[in-house]
Design a protein around this ligand. Structure first.
Ligand code: ATP
Ligand code: MG
Length: 463
C-alpha cells in the first residue's frame, strides 16, 4: 500500500512554520486512511507536539486566523485562505469510569507513538509527515488497511471501547462506510461494552446513526454492503438495545410468510437499506413497523401499527434530538405507510389524498411503499401500487391540478367576500372542499367556477 503523499502549499507552509518551532507536523485520521485507499477526502486533521498556545502564536505571527475548539483538549482550528485544518496536540488521555467520553485528564505528549493509543482504530491512527510524506504507523494500521479490518489501537480492545461508548457506533459506522470487517477481538469487546452507550449524549448518538443510515452515500458502496451491514452490526453488538430499544423489541418477531420473507427487525433493516438515500425516508423506514410488537402484544395482531408507529416514531426521533422537520416528515410517513396497500383505491380517492398531502409527501410515500415491498421480499421488484400512484400523480401534474389550498385560484379573503362571511373555521372547510373538488376536476380551478362551487358548498351546509 505505497502512496506518494503530496500536500497542498497552504499545509506545507504551515508545516514549515511548525518546523521553525522545532516540531514536525503530521496529517492524521481520515485523510491519511482515505488517501491510502484512494477514497475521497473530507476534512484534514493535523497534529504535532506543539501546544495549543504555540499553535495560536505561530498562526498569529503568520497572519492566519485560529479558532480555539477546545484548548484543554489541545484543539485549534486554523484557517488559511479558504482551507481549514484542525490541529490537535499529541495527547495521552485518561478517562473516568463510564462511557461518557470526557477525558478525566488530558496530558499532552511529544510523540505520535503515544498519541496513537488514545485514538480509536488502527486505520485512523496513521500519521503522514507533511514535509517528508513518510508514514508513521504505531499501531499496525497499514496491515489492517490491507486486510480491510477495523481493530482498536490497543491490544486490549476493551480499554478503548470502555473509554467512550460512542466508539462502538463509530466501529459499526466505519465498517459500514468502508465495507471493512471488524476484527473478532474488537467485536467481542464491543458486545461487552455496548451498555456504555447509555452514557452518550443523544446528539452524538444521532449523528452516528445518521452516518450509518446514509453509509452508502459516503463512498458509494451498495446499500446492502453498507447500510444493511451497519444496521446488522448495531444489532449484533447490542448497541441497538441501548439506542433504539423499540427496534430491539422487533428482533425475531415472525410475520406472515405469505407477504414476508423476514421477521420484523430484518424486514425493517432491508426496507431501510432499500429505500432511496434520503434521511427522512430512511428514518421513516427504520421506524415504520416499530409498533408491530406492541400491537401484537396488545391485540394479538399487528393492525393499527401505522397509527401507533407514528407515536413511536415521534418519541424516538425527539429523544434522539432530530429537528422538528425530520420528526414531522418521518412520523407522517410512518402514519400513512399502509395507505392503499392493495392498490385498489379509486383514482378519485388517490387524487383527493394527493392534493391534500402535496407533491413531496405523495412522492415520498410512493418511495416508502417501494422500499417496504422490496424489504419484504429482499429484491428490487417493481411495486404495483406505487407505480400506479406515480402515474395518477403525473396525470394530475399534466392537468395543472392544485396540490395545496394556496394553489387554488382563490383566497380565503375571496371566499369571505363572495359569501359575505366573517373569518371562521367554515372558510377553511370550504377551501378544503374546493381543493378536494379540483383534485378530481382541475379544470374548475378558476375564480368564476370556484365562486359558484363555494356558493354551492355554503348552500349545502345551510340546508
Ligand atoms: P471521517 O472524517 O471520514 O468520518 P475520520 O477518521 O477523519 O473519518 P473524525 O471523526 O474526523 O474521523 O476524527 C478524526 C480522527 O480523530 C479519527 O481518525 C480518530 O483518529 C480520532 N477520533 C475521532 N473521534 C474519536 C473518538 N471518539 N475516539 C477516539 N478517537 C477519535
Ligand atoms: Mg475526519
Amino acid at each position: 500500500m505505497q502512496k506518494e503523499f503530496r500536500f497542498e502549499p497552504e499545509l506545507i507552509r504551515l508545516a514549515e512554520l511548525v518546523r521553525l518551532r522545532g516540531a514536525e507536523l503530521f496529517v492524521v485520521g481520515g485523510r491519511v486512511r482515505n488517501s491510502l485507499l484512494s477514497l475521497p477526502l473530507s476534512d484534514t486533521d493535523i497534529t504535532s507536539a506543539l501546544r495549543p498556545e504555540s499553535v495560536q502564536e505561530l498562526c498569529a505571527e503568520a497572519g492566519l486566523k485560529t479558532v480555539p475548539k477546545g484548548i484543554a483538549y489541545g484543539m485549534v482550528e486554523i484557517h488559511t485562505g479558504h482551507k481549514k485544518y484542525e490541529h490537535t496536540t499529541f495527547r495521552s488521555d485518561t478517562y473516568a469510569a463510564g462511557g461518557a467520553h470526557r477525558p478525566e485528564s488530558v496530558a499532552f505528549s511529544d510523540s505520535p507513538y503515544t498519541d496513537a493509543f488514545r485514538r480509536d482504530f488502527t486505520v485512523n491512527a496513521l500519521y503522514a509527515s507533511v514535509l517528508t510524506g513518510d508514514i508513521i504507523d504505531p499501531t499496525g494500521g497499514l496491515d489492517d488497511l490491507e486486510a480491510r479490518l477495523i481493530r482498536t489501537t490497543t491490544g486490549d480492545p476493551e480499554l478503548i471501547l470502555r473509554d467512550d461508548g460512542l466508539r462502538i457506533m463509530r466501529l459499526c459506522r466505519f465498517a459500514a462506510e468502508l465495507g471493512f470487517d471488524i476484527e473478532p477481538g474488537t467485536f467481542e469487546a464491543a458486545k461487552k461494552c455496548a451498555p456504555l452507550l447509555a452514557d452518550i449524549s443523544a446528539e452524538r448518538v444521532r449523528d452516528e446513526l445518521v452516518k450509518i443510515l446514509m453509509a452508502d452515500t459516503k463512498y458509494g458502496l451498495p446499500a446492502e454492503e453498507s447500510v444493511l451491514r451497519g444496521l446488522r452490526l448495531l444489532d449484533a453488538t447490542g448497541a441497538l438495545d441501548v439506542i433504539l430499544p423499540e427496534l430491539a423489541e422487533c428482533r425475531g418477531v415472525e410475520q406472515s410468510p405469505k407477504f414476508h420473507k423476514y421477521p420484523v427487525l430484518e424486514h425493517i433493516f432491508h426496507t431501510t437499506a432499500m429505500s432511496k438515500p434520503e434521511l427522512d425516508l430512511r428514518l421513516a423506514c427504520l421506524l415504520h413497523d416499530a409498533a408491530k410488537p406492541v400491537m401484537l402484544e396488545r391485540n394479538g395482531n399487528m393492525h393499527g401499527h401505522d397509527a401507533e408507529g407514528e407515536l413511536i416514531a415521534r418519541e424516538v426521533l425527539k429523544r434522539l434530538r432530530f429537528d422538528n422537520a425530520a420528526v414531522e416528515e418521518s412520523a407522517w410517513l410512518v402514519r400513512h405507510h399502509m395507505f392503499d396497500l392493495d392498490g385498489r383505491a379509486k383514482d378519485s380517492t388517490l387524487k383527493r389524498r394527493f392534493a391534500r398531502w402535496g407533491r413531496a409527501r405523495t412522492l415520498a410515500l410512493a418511495d416508502i411503499r417501494d422500499a417496504d415491498f422490496r424489504g419484504s421480499v429482499g429484491e428490487y421488484i417493481e411495486v404495483r401500487s406505487s407505480q400506479r400512484w406515480r402515474s395518477v400523480f403525473a396525470g394530475m401534474e399534466a392537468a395543472h391540478t392544485p396540490f395545496s389550498e394556496s394553489e387554488l385560484a382563490c383566497t380565503g379573503q375571496d371566499i369571505m367576500e363572495w359569501l359575505q362571511l366573517p373569518p371562521s373555521p367554515e372558510i377553511g372547510r370550504i377551501k378544503a372542499a374546493l381543493l378536494a373538488h379540483c383534485a378530481v376536476r382541475p379544470q374548475d380551478n378558476d375564480p368564476a367556477r370556484l365562486r359558484r362551487l363555494a356558493q354551492d358548498a355554503a348552500g349545502r351546509r345551510e340546508r
